[in-house]
Ligand binder design. Structure first.
Ligand code: COA
Length: 571
């Protein structure tokens, strides 16, 4: 079938659906929901058999839904309606939640139901629930709905006739619904409120007496300093996070957005005031035994070292790259045979930190520093000669993050992960992280050119088929972690480990003799220097719009296939 994806943005759910539907032989084209007339034009050009709307912020015009079946993904259980579905569910502490695929009709979210799926609701950030549980449930329900539509023998159930409907219409959640009362709310309530608002819109609050929105909260179990402090008072800082007193304990605020500003690591949003707070560093890289804010954490078991880096949104600033490199260098000295780079829960890495760069006095200089720090980290990984290294992708990975992962000997991705191993979407960025060394040796020169040119997301399955990764492991995040640990322990205990390590060292030495890593880096950075400092400002413009979330005014041509020059309107 020809299926048009009508969506507000090419977000991770849309990327996953596109890939999964293509995999099942459907012809997919994408149009951003910019204006009714634009959507109508897309429908006229593509003549879809079916329209799927994975992520919309407004209603589909009647001119379209009255002529075509339009399947809407709603992130709520059957019967739930309204624009803040997940926010209400998380804030209410629902034990389970779900998604519904319904047909667009005049009343929003009230059309007949084609498919639905449910899941247990973790106590986690809204963005994390969306990227994991919602995406997984929506993918399986949309695939089921598409099959039902194709079979042409299924009648969707009107909402009023759904026996398992338990949701209801709820309004947009306002900041007054999210308000934190620091005197009354306990730590769990504050965490829940901030979770329900992450990554958008955040909770309106104050820091250092200034209005802002806060995001990214973490519990603190160990630090009960300042018994005299008042609830809401800031107690300390650690790297980029701020510790704040609550009625019954304390919690960390990881990110903040000042009025008119962009979302930044909290200490960078308030640099001077944060610097005046006492520092509360962790004493080493070992994973803390109790709940706290720890962005880099190391643990060990059975000859395997696991390095976790929980960087918000997978973005890695200069300082984060430098600290991670220090942690990796330290881990390499541990008596382990295998090192697994675990990344974070939602993302493994999305490359250089575009928000921190945007906020810098000189974004060009900060881009340069950040890419060099990424490269230093990638080199530290490539040059690990005493251990087998594994990048274990439990979450999505994009741009430079993909090539940082590829710097490990093995890359294993969880089924359901989306990889975007290309840079050009960010204002034609050339990219570095030794990709010119790492990519062709996996997929060949032509394969590398295709991946970079096509700028398409890859599912974990497709990435393994192309040779970009080494394995796609089934299961949810928990099953993935267990599987990774088991496989890594097997490698660590295998009788051929010494031979394997010797072969790895030999190959690296041969590669270095043929063309040193420094030469790859120099060539890549020559391009990057032009991206950052040259007369073409495309990268700076694209970053500005990305960070400020400017509304798209057209769908990129590589996504809107119906707008290709050679596109023929199907008969
Ligand atoms: N720096 C800073 N923030 C980043 C980031 C980066 N490199 N990559 C993603 N983010 C942020 C987004 O702004 C968004 O922020 P929000 O929480 O305020 O909404 C959040 O991470 C999630 O990103 P989103 O685009 O919604 O996720 P996605 O899963 O739909 O898409 C990508 C993933 C990787 C395709 C997309 O985020 C992207 O293109 N990122 C930029 C990658 C890049 O060009 N890096 C620089 C070159 S190395």
């Amino acid at each position: 079938m020809r299926i048009l994806l009508l969506t507000h943005a090419f977000n991770s759910l849309t990327q996953r659906l596109e890939a999964e539907l293509q995999r099942r032989g459907h012809e997919i084209s994408i149009e951003f929901d910019i204006a009714d007339s634009v959507a109508e034009e897309a429908v006229a050009l593509f003549r879809p058999h079916l329209i799927v709307a994975p992520y919309l912020r407004r209603a589909i015009p009647e001119s379209i839904w009255s002529q075509h079946v339009c399947l809407i993904v709603h992130p709520g259980v059957i019967g739930d309606r309204g624009p803040s579905a997940l926010d209400w569910a998380i804030q209410a502490g629902e034990g389970g939640w779900g998604i519904t695929v319904l047909q667009a009709e005049a009343e929003m979210d009230a059309g007949p139901v084609w498919a639905s799926a449910v899941f247990p609701l973790r106590a986690a950030k809204k963005s994390s629930i969306y990227r994991n549980e919602v995406t997984q449930a929506a993918t399986s329900a949309v695939l089921q709905a598409v099959e039902r539509f194709a079979a042409a023998d299924f009648a969707p159930t009107p909402l009023a006739a759904c026996r398992d409907a338990r949701g209801r219409l709820r309004p947009l959640m306002k900041q007054t619904d999210r308000l934190i009362d620091w005197q009354r709310d306990d730590t769990a309530t504050v965490l829940c409120k901030i979770n329900a608002a992450d990554g958008f819109p955040g909770v309106a609050d104050t820091l250092f007496g200034e209005d802002c929105h806060v995001f990214d909260a973490w519990p603190e179990a160990g630090l009960h300093a300042a018994p005299d402090a008042r609830p809401g008072e800031l107690l300390a800082r650690r790297e980029t996070a701020l510790l704040r007193k609550t009625r019954d304990g304390a919690l960390w605020i990881g990110h903040a957005k000042r009025a008119g500003g962009i979302k930044l690591p909290a200490t960078l949003a308030f640099p001077a005031a944060s610097a005046a707070l006492p520092a509360a560093p962790l004493k080493d890289w070992w994973r803390s035994g109790s709940a706290t804010w720890q962005d880099i954490a190391y643990e060990e078991s059975g000859g395997v070292g696991f390095l976790h880096f929980e960087f918000y949104n997978g973005a890695m600033s200069t300082a984060q790259c430098e600290r991670l490199r220090a942690a990796l260098a330290w881990a390499k000295q541990r008596p382990v045979q295998v090192l697994v780079l675990m990344g974070g829960t939602d993302f493994w890495s999305n490359g250089i930190h575009l928000n921190v760069i945007e906020a810098a006095e000189s974004p060009a200089d900060e881009s340069w520093n950040n890419i060099n720090a990424m490269n230093d980290l990638a080199r530290e990984l490539i040059e690990t000669d005493g251990q087998i290294t594994i990048a274990a992708l439990a979450g999505n990975v994009g741009a430079g993050g993909c090539f940082l992962a590829r710097a490990a000997d093995l890359v294993w991705a969880r089924e359901g992960v989306i990889l975007n191993p290309h840079y050009k979407n960010m204002g034609n960025l050339y990219g570095s992280e030794y990709w010119t060394y790492l990519l062709p040796r996996r997929v060949g020169d032509e394969g590398a050119r295709t991946i970079m040119r096509n700028r398409q997301p890859l599912t974990a399955q497709r990435a393994a088929e192309t040779g970009f990764t080494d394995a796609c492991l089934a299961g949810d995040a928990q099953a993935f972690r267990i599987d990774v640990a088991r496989r890594a322990a097997e490698i660590a205990a295998a009788p051929d480990l010494a031979v394997r390590l010797a072969a790895k060292r030999e190959r690296r030495a041969e590669d270095e003799a043929k063309k040193p890593l420094a030469a790859y880096r120099e060539e890549e950075l020559a391009h990057m220097r032009r991206n950052f400092y040259g007369f073409d400002p495309s990268y700076h413009v694209a970053r500005h719009h990305f960070v400020r979330k400017s509304l798209a005014s057209w769908t990129p041509r590589h996504l809107a296939r119906h707008r290709d020059l050679g596109w023929q309107v199907p008969a």
